[in-house]
Design a protein around this ligand. Sequence first.
Ligand SMILES: O=c1[nH]cnc2c1ncn2[C@@H]1O[C@H](CO)[C@@H](O)[C@H]1O
Length: 450
Amino acid sequence: VPDPSVRDHLMQEEAFRQVGGGVLLTEPERRLSERLHKLKEQEMAGPQFPPAMHFFKARSLIQQSPIFRLLQMMPKGAALHIHTSSLVGVDWLVKNVTYRPHCYVCFTADQSVRFIFSAKQPIPQPGCSKWTLLEALRRELGNVTGFDRSLMQNLTLFTADPETTYPSQNVVWSKFEQTFSAVLGLLRHAPVFKDYLYQGLTQLYQDNIIYVELRTDLSETYELDGSTHDKSWCLRTYQEVSRKFAAQHPDFLGARVIFTVRRNLSASKVREAVQSAITLHKEFPEVMVGFDLVGHEDTGRPLWYFREALSLPMKLGVTLAYFFHAGETDLEGTEVDGNLLDALLFNTSRIGHGFALPHHPVAKELSRKMGVAIEICPISNQVLKLVSDLRNHPAAVLMSEGHPLVISSDDPAAFGTTGLSYDFYEMFVGIGGMSSNLGTLKELAINSLR
Ligand SMILES: O=c1[nH]cnc2c1ncn2[C@@H]1O[C@H](CO)[C@@H](O)[C@H]1O
């Protein structure tokens, strides 16, 4: 029989690590934690357990969960992994933005839509029907509600039947990129862009989030007469909107930007992007925090392919922080498997996703030693990686091994969420299981502000 005192010690150590360790609870917090524990037991014993289901099917159940409502009230710190183009829900885009004057729509052959604001009839776009003024179209239509619903469906992945709609990663990623193309015409209209950012910050603030870092390619914005604004205008706007919002909500710390480009670009294009990231960072040190590469990682170019571009700041003796998406993959058996290690060798400040970390022992150890935070986006993994059941998510292992984790929502509009409460729910109830407690939640919130 093993020595009971040794066993006892080891058991305690294990329990401590499983919940992320570290954070002490005050007496009232301990009581709240017990209450959460009881609620979790009830939820797990229920006929349907949301974290074991695809989020699109689980959302309405989660909305009824008392744990979810407590999580909404909880201060959650910072949202560190959100793409601007999917920040604000499609409800607001359709009901507010597409009802503004001068908004035109056209329909693509593959049943998607494009939008543009213009003072006069816009020039036709290849592959799209004739531009129609939405105001006129709605006047002609009998069923405006149905039409608006179909517009919304073009701007989000959310559907009642995810398994048949998205049978593979390639299918879901192609629809995903379609939603971005559709949204862009609305978002890039300069006055809409300002309101959109403000609305995005409002939604985060309402979910008790006090700081956000937004990933964006800073694509040019346009006015009604077709004139355009460049990346500097865009960054200035982020700064202005963030300051205005913080002035009106003194407990909000602000918004900053991670400049992104797509990982399927050529080496020379990425080199140009890194160069402009360096310039923009010099011009806007307060608001522009770093650089990242985005897009479907499994089919994209590996970081190593861009090594020359990514070494540029070092060569020039300037600092440019990296916030790489890496290991959003499984073990692929291809060059993209090197992304986690390369992200770390390029001194990444955080890792976006890191889902594949358990497959890469050397990268994993290095990451832990460097104290690099892993941005866990559980709902994104469900939708884009088709992992419906979150109970075996690698984040539980990473947490028990002492990796600093932060929770984020990635693309709230595409996934049908707002704020971080849905993702916290999936982390707390699904990934953390019965052992995660209020201390775990506290640790996650504190990590996001460290
Ligand atoms: O989870 C993600 N992984 C990688 N790329 C993403 C993810 N979410 C969005 N994007 C990328 O960001 C662009 C918009 O800024 C999208 O076009 C998409 O390719």
